[in-house]
Design a binder for this molecule. Structure first.
Ligand code: PGA
Length: 250
């Protein structure tokens, strides 16, 4: 199984900073079997694609609209992203759910639009702290996955990347233990096995939530952890480079 290290820059980096970070990432030697993705903010996607021409690093958006065009002020469609060479898109991030009211139903439509136009959806799911403490985490993630991915055909599912991001671990410095991550990743893979064990084993499931160079080796060593969706540590080339190196050794 390939490993994926994806950097979610969120609402960080202006043009000069984004350009400098990409220039530094371009210098990295990428280990065999590791796919690297960066997700800058919308204004810098085209710049990132141009700057990364000739590199195997892919550029992702952090969100998209489910419709392909129309009167949706402020929105960006999948065909627009595709037209500038964006290859993937994060959807369902907990910050989109929390601050922008995104639901799994809408996320499911976005995933459909991405697949229709040949982009890779990076679908984020994960429970809140309250849900974890009350022991509902498996139920919550099961529902998220069923609503957002339940209607996909096996062929469509084979083009999806899933990121398990426990909300209580995002940007908090708290990380799921290696065992907690493995347990939930195995659970998610179990849900996918309705499409057959072989397909389920091929869908990458990334861990996200305060994944840093000092905890990544342990997380990445798990059988069902196929890399990371990295926020804070993706803003620094040295840290992100180290995460890529660790993924190559997992
Ligand atoms: P973090 O963010 O690494 O800063 O916790 C992860 C994410 O939100 O994707």
């Amino acid at each position: 199984m390939r490993m994926i290290v994806a950097g979610n820059w969120k609402m960080n980096k202006d043009r000069d900073e984004a350009t400098a970070l990409i220039a530094a990432l371009k210098e990295l030697t990428l280990p065999q079997g590791v796919e690297v993705i960066v997700a800058p903010a919308f204004p810098f996607l085209a710049i990132a694609v141009d700057q990364l021409a000739g590199s195997s690093i892919l550029v992702a958006a952090q969100d998209c609209h489910e419709k392909s065009h129309g009167a949706y002020t402020g929105a960006v469609s999948v065909p627009m992203l595709r037209s500038i060479g964006v290859k993937a898109c994060i959807v369902g991030h907990s910050e989109r759910r929390q601050y922008f009211g995104e639901t799994d139903k809408v996320v499911g439509l976005k995933i459909g639009a991405l697949l229709e136009h040949g982009l890779i959806p990076i679908y984020c799911c994960g429970e809140s702290q309250e849900e974890r403490v009350s022991g509902k985490h498996f139920e919550v993630v099961t529902n998220q996955v069923k609503v957002a991915l339940g209607a996909l055909s096996s062929e469509q599912l084979s083009r999806v990347v899933i990121a398990y991001e426990p909300v209580w671990a995002i940007g908090t410095g708290l990380t799921a233990t290696s065992a907690q991550a493995q347990e939930m990743h195995a659970h998610i893979r179990g849900l996918l096995s309705a499409h057959g064990a072989d397909l389920a084993s091929r869908v990458p499931i990334l861990y996200g939530g305060s994944c840093k160079p000092d905890n990544a080796a342990e997380l990445f060593a798990n059988r069902d952890v196929n890399g990371g969706l990295i926020g804070g540590a993706s803003l620094d080339a040295a840290q992100f480079g180290e995460l890529i190196r660790l993924a190559g050794r997992a």
